[in-house]
Design a protein around this ligand. Structure first.
Ligand code: ADP
Ligand code: MG
Length: 460
């Protein structure tokens, strides 16, 4: 096997064993740089990733490589400036099993976004299942696609985590791009927008041009899509900048699409002028899908992956996962993974056993415990170590992130944070929050990580 092929196949297996967020965080931008005899060298983008792969994922990596080529005995990691592997980025993984492609198109969505628009081509109207829970939002989205900037402006879509907001708003972008490639489209999360505002403002002190360039960049688009706008709450400078961008685009008849996990009314600390702007357009919500819709979604996803399961199995899964389409997909992935490994058709009892842990997992919320759990799970570290005084780098950073989240998401006091997280002084908590805040300004990776953690935190 070619090195690229080998690594793609190995990633396909590793992906099934680690969480999606972890996969995205630690395995993106890796490649095999060398294979000599029984030793393989994996190229990684930085030392943090190197440490992480060595300590946490080595056994998965070695295991899946050996499954593919039993001669492989050793794996080491090497930091490479440019270990972007275009192949891994752009091609879906196909797994051959006895001539049959199994688990076609593994979920590589984060790795295939268009560099200019930031849109992921996987999100289309074609593969969006419409049911009573989302038909209004879907109809509005279609109407906007046909009447860009003229019908519903802005279009504001809101609903709970994992219900298809990102899918739908990106589908609009992809449809517009297909019909009219000349249109300038930009999709961003509000976190990304915030970090761009902050960095423009900062460098603007030194080079005033920077702010003008920033303005120009955002104001020349025909379609601006901002995802998870609720994260603008409380960020005054960003809201201010966004307000001006919004007005400039709106006045020029350009289309704006926004998503949020709640209605404009329920976003606390959103400036009144923005709220009324949002309410001036079309607001559509996405509710929990009903049973028929859930089954239809499962079937369509299974079909995309060329997997066949019995109606009984579809129904069982759909009956047990009601509030999150992403979790439905997760259950399906799990079945696919198990099916592949045990190489036998899944019967209902086996399915029940397999999904037991998924279905009975406690739900997360924003409590002290919830925050700790989300971070511990995300970084795959032990809670005990985290709460003790370990100074290991791989523990210190998650600990600081917990402190930051307790402050930002729960408005906990510094003495409380210090006390609860390992009996520390309030100055430690202040320092941790400041540090993370500062790093967030320039570190996109950290932004992504914290976003994923927040997503976990708000899973209802
Ligand atoms: P949100 O942005 O609301 O948190 P996403 O758009 O990321 O949710 O959806 C989560 C997953 O569920 C995605 O993989 C998406 O493709 C899928 N999904 C959600 N709703 C639908 C639907 N109606 N039809 C098909 N797939 C859906
Ligand atoms: Mg989303």
């Amino acid at each position: 096997m070619e090195l690229n092929e080998l690594w793609k196949a190995a990633l396909g297996e590793i992906e099934l064993q680690v969480s999606k967020a972890n996969f995205k965080t630690w395995l993106r931008n890796t490649s095999i740089v060398e294979k000599r005899g029984s030793a393989v060298v994996i190229g990684v983008p930085n030392s943090f990733t190197k440490e992480w792969l060595e300590n946490k994922y080595h056994k998965f990596i070695l295991g899946s490589l050996r499954n593919l080529e039993s001669g492989i005995k050793e794996v080491s990691y090497q930091i490479r400036q440019n270990s972007d592997n275009e192949n891994v980025k752009n091609q879906p993984i196909n797994r051959e099993e006895g001539g049959k492609i199994f688990g076609k198109q593994l979920d590589f969505q984060e790795l295939t976004t268009d560099a200019i628009t930031n849109l992921n081509p996987r999100y289309t109207f074609d593969n969006f299942i419409v049911g009573s829970s989302n038909e209004l939002a879907h109809a509005a989205a279609m109407a906007v696609t046909q009447n860009l900037g003229r019908k519903y402006n802005p279009l504001f879509i809101y609903g709970g985590v994992g219900l298809g907001k990102t899918h739908l708003i990106q589908a609009i972008g992809n449809a517009v791009k297909k019909e009219n490639p000349a249109k300038k489209i930009k999709y961003v999360t509000s976190e990304r927008f915030t970090s761009e505002v902050i960095s423009a403002l900062r460098s603007g002190h030194l080079r005033p041009n920077e702010i003008d360039e920033f303005k120009k960049r955002w104001r020349e688009v025909d379609l601006l899509i901002i995802d998870d706008i609720q994260f603008l709450a409380g960020k005054e400078k960003t809201q201010d900048e966004f307000f001006h961008t919004f007005n400039a685009l709106y006045d020029a008849g350009k289309q704006i699409i926004l998503s949020s996990d709640r209605s404009p009314k329920s976003i606390q600390t959103l400036e009144e002028r923005l709220r009324s702007r949002f309410e001036g357009g079309m607001i559509a919500d996405i509710a929990y899908p009903d049973l028929e819709t859930r089954i239809a979604i499962l079937k369509s996803k299974a079909n995309e992956r060329s997997v066949e399961l019995s109606d009984e199995v579809f129904e069982y899964v759909a009956q047990n996962i009601k509030k999150n389409v992403r979790e439905l997909e997760g259950a399906l992935n799990r079945l696919i993974a198990a099916n592949y490994q045990s190489k036998k058709a899944a019967d209902l009892n086996e399915v029940k056993k397999l999904l037991n842990s998924v279905l009975s997992a406690p739900k997360k919320s924003t409590t002290l415990k919830g925050v700790i759990k989300a971070v511990v799970e995300f970084y795959d570290i032990s809670e005990k170590e985290l709460l003790e005084r370990s100074r290991k780098k791989e523990i210190v950073k998650p600990r600081q992130i917990i402190m930051y989240l307790l402050r930002e998401e729960m408005k906990s006091s510094f003495p409380f944070i210090g006390m609860k997280i390992g009996g520390r002084d309030h100055t430690t908590a202040i320092h941790a929050c400041e540090k993370i805040k500062k790093e967030l300004e320039s570190d996109q990776g950290l932004n992504d990580e914290i976003n994923s953690i927040k997503e976990r935190l708000y899973l209802i």
